[in-house]
Each structure stands twice: as C-alpha cells, then as structure tokens.
Design a protein around this ligand. Sequence first.
Ligand SMILES: Cc1cc2nc3c(=O)[nH]c(=O)nc-3n(C[C@H](O)[C@H](O)[C@H](O)COP(=O)(O)OP(=O)(O)OC[C@H]3O[C@@H](n4cnc5c(N)ncnc54)[C@H](O)[C@@H]3O)c2cc1C
Ligand code: SF4
Length: 339
Amino acid sequence: MNNFDYVKTTTAQEAVAKKEEAHNSFYVAGGTNLIDLWKYDIEHPEALVDISDFNVYKTIEDLGADGVRLGALVSNADTAHHPLIKERYPLLSNTILAGASAQIRNSATNGGNLLQRTRCYYFYDKVSPCNKRVPGSGCPAKEGMNRLHAILGHSEHCIATFPSDMCVALAALEAKVEVTGPKGDRTIAFEDFHTLPGDTPDIENTLGKNELITAIVLPPEGYADNYSYLKLRDRNSYAFALVSVATGMKLNAGKIEKIRIALGGVAHIPWRNKEVENFLQGKSPTPENFKQAAEMMVEGAVGFEHNSFKIEATKRALVRNCIMALDPSTQRPGAKPSL
Ligand SMILES: Cc1cc2nc3c(=O)[nH]c(=O)nc-3n(C[C@H](O)[C@H](O)[C@H](O)COP(=O)(O)OP(=O)(O)OC[C@H]3O[C@@H](n4cnc5c(N)ncnc54)[C@H](O)[C@@H]3O)c2cc1C
Ligand code: SF4
C-alpha cells in the first residue's frame, strides 16, 4: 500500500485548491471506478480529494422551460428513480437502470459516470502494453481479444470503447456539462466532452486539469413520448454493452419531426451521426427508413477479428430500437433494470 493524503472537502473552491496542491491527485465521488483502478495498480493517487459530501451538488433542480439540472453528486440510482426524470426523461432513467448493478448505481455518481475509464482488458492488465495507460507502448487489442472494442472512430493507437450507458442517453438528449476549476466556471456541450483516441488515447475528454464537474443540464426536450434504449450484452445483468442504442423521437402528423440517436459500445465516445438524424427528419417512421439510416450509421465502420459482428448488430439494434421508440412500452430487455 502506498502512502497517500486524504482530505474531505465541503466546497468546490476548497476541492479545486486542495487538488491543485498535489501532483497526482484525484477527486473521489462514489469511488466505484477509481478504487478499482487503484486496486489494479493502474492509478496511484498521491492525494484523494473527497467530494462526496457536497450537498449543493446532490440535488435535481427543475429549471422549468430551461430543462433540468442534475447535480454531479446525485447517485445514478437517485437520478434514475427521481419522479422528474422518470416523467420527463425516461430515456435517461432507462439507460442508467440498464447499467452496472443496483448496488453500484447506489454509490456511483453522475459526474463519476462521465469519467469512468474503458473496460479494455489490456488497459487493466499491467503486464500488457497499452497506449492509453503508457503512451507509446502499443495496442495489443488490435490483434488480441477485441470483442468489446470499437468499430467506429478508432485509431491505430487505440480501439477501446467508452463503457457508460448513461452517457449514451446524455448524448441523445444533447445535455451540457457544467464545470468549475482554477480558471472559473464553464459549460461544455456533451458532444464536445468525450474525445476520439487519435494519437493521444490517454486523453479521453476536454475537462481541464483539476476541473470539477458540478452538474449536467438536460435541455427541455426529453422525448418522453417516443424513446427507447436497447443494450445488447453477453449477460442480461452486470455486463457492459457490446452495442447499445438510445433513441429519442418527436413525431408530428405521422412524420419524424426530430430524432436523436446515440450508440454505445462501438466507439471511444458515445457515438452520434447528425447526417443520419437529418436524413430521418421529415420522413415517415417506417422500418425501411430506419434500415437506410442504419446503413448510413455504420458507413466506414471497421471491425477486428472478434468484434466484426458489431457492424451487423448495430444496424439491427438501431432499426429495432427506433421501432420500439414508436411504442416505448415494447422496450425489452435493455430497458429492464440490471440487477
Ligand atoms: C462491476 C461494475 C460493473 C459496471 N457496469 C456498468 C455498466 O454496465 N454500465 C455503466 O455505464 N457503468 C458501469 N459501471 C461503471 C460505473 O457506472 C462507474 O464506475 C460509476 O459511474 C463511476 O462513478 P463514481 O461516482 O463511482 O466515480 P469515481 O470512481 O469516484 O470517479 C471516477 C473518476 O471520475 C473522477 N470524478 C468523479 N467525480 C468527479 C467530478 N464531479 N468532477 C471531476 N472528476 C470527478 C474521479 O477522480 C475518477 O477519476 C460498472 C462498474 C463496476 C465496478
Ligand atoms: S484498445 Fe486502447 S485501452 Fe485497449 S490496449 Fe489498445 S490502447 Fe490500450
């Protein structure tokens, strides 16, 4: 066990200041990912800045016509079961409940969910090289076990996927992330938050050094009438997505007025393609149109030895999920809580 400093802070300003003091310091919220990484000897905190007692970021605030603000420290479980979220953002509630287990969702926080690390086996295996863990050391996943890995947006340096379910809904909902840090407060559009691996897979998001996530703002449009989340996985519980799809749709006079589709399990980021959404807007919500959209969605996708099935799986999941969004009561089984 290495020595480390531990400080429990009560305000964002104090937390940011304390985090700046140590070289390799971490905020800790629910700890469900950070402590695992530490146990696997992947992270070596010199200081832990405990933010879990900040009551000010433990609320879910109705902003009326401006949407809803989710505190960064509200647990995933409290978010998913909150009446406002169930009523106005059922897509978000479903994605959260399709992830992890009830126990983990009780500890995991909204801010921490955005920053969880990939589940690539080689990243967790200290004896393997890994460009994300040790830049420049290589990527054994390309020729190795790559069943979980990316088919879209990967680079020669990294083919890992981002594992969050919740973030797939946040991408479809076009949420915003509020942060504070040494240079003050700012807001990051969700689509700009996570980054593709390129030649720096160790950089996973646009959060600045020592910045703290304080809240996630959901816009007023929650797609409460037509939405669906479908998660394909190896087990029905306690497993990360091989492919997942979140769809929010607004219908008007039998046509698609607005649609947002985001994919999980297929890229280093929650994956959206605006061309696909634009193609569907104004069209009838028919299986034929969804099939064309699905073909567009996987254009340019490249699979590896064990994950090429994801290309066809993504197409089928997208079509099925869009059809289920027409009648959300037909959602199964990804929409059922993962136990
Ligand atoms: C067995 C298991 C199964 C899982 N299955 C799934 C699944 O199916 N789907 C899914 O989506 N997730 C799954 N998860 C992941 C889980 O959702 C995440 O571990 C959790 O959301 C992380 O939140 P946390 O509050 O515990 O973060 P922590 O572990 O506390 O922190 C994670 C990272 O974020 C940083 N951080 C935390 N909060 C903030 C903040 N407010 N501002 C800035 N930095 C911050 C920490 O410094 C750390 O680097 C699983 C986890 C486990 C252990
Ligand atoms: S896919 Fe990314 S995380 Fe996995 S071994 Fe390659 S570089 Fe590391």
